[in-house]
Write a protein of this length. Structure first.
Length: 230
């Protein structure tokens, strides 16, 4: 069972097909006001929420939330093996990410830019509650999972690295894998060895690095611009 914390997480989960076992609110009037302004397409679904006291909300969710809205659903079955081949939009591969909020933000960006999915290598659970909160519920907009390594990955791997060639002149195909290293240590030796090309993002001298989410957004937008031009 997955807890969806907050109005916007519930909104995106509903919008992208999640079936909620139930959901609750501490104020039906406030929640419906949010629904009217931010999700008029989901008014009927939000009407199904059960109003509870603040104490009951904390008992069920584990904490308060500013919007006083939460939902309960089940983690979807994600066929990770199906993500590794036959894509028409790039797969984002995160090599041993450490920051749960960053991982969630990457999923949010990847959903917005139409990535084929997000997979991670390492021990961090990409469906951890903090990751789900960071994605604003957009886990349900694209496949998200974890892989044991890069051995089974299919398609050309473009690994982002400061020593790579400038991405500006590189055309990224739809079946590409865009690999990003961890925030602290960068790309692992296994991913670097598997990479077909090392590419770098434009960066002003003396600036050491971008945030992981920013790097993913820039690389996917580069792919999107080429798509529009073709």
């Amino acid at each position: 069972m997955i807890v969806l914390e907050g109005f916007h997480v519930v909104k995106h989960a509903l919008r992208f097909g999640a079936e909620l076992d139930s959901f609750i609110t501490t104020s039906r009037a406030s929640m419906m006001g949010l629904a009217a302004s931010h999700a008029p397409d989901l008014l009927e679904q939000f009407e199904a929420a059960r109003e509870v006291s603040g104490e009951e909300f904390v008992r069920l969710v584990g904490k308060k939330h500013p919007t006083g809205v939460a939902g309960f659903t089940r983690k979807p079955d994600v066929d990770v093996s199906g993500l590794l081949a036959g894509r028409t939009s790039p797969l984002v591969l995160l090599d041993n990410p450490r920051n749960l909020g960053n991982l969630g933000a990457v999923i949010r960006v990847a959903a917005g830019l139409g990535a084929g999915g997000v997979v991670s290598v390492g021990d961090v659970d990409p469906w951890h509650p903090n990751v789900l909160r960071g994605s604003a519920g957009l886990h349900f907009a694209l496949p998200v999972g974890r892989v044991d390594g890069v051995g089974g990955v299919r398609g050309p791997v473009f690994a982002l690295d400061a020593d790579g060639e400038d991405i500006g002149g590189v055309r990224i195909p739809g079946d590409a894998v865009l690999a990003f290293g961890s925030e602290r240590h960068g790309l692992s030796g296994a991913v670097r060895e598997r990479a077909d090309r090392l590419v770098s993002l434009p960066m002003r001298p003396l600036v050491s690095s971008y945030n992981l989410t920013t790097s993913v957004a820039m690389a996917l937008y580069h792919w999107e611009l080429f798509q529009r031009a073709s």
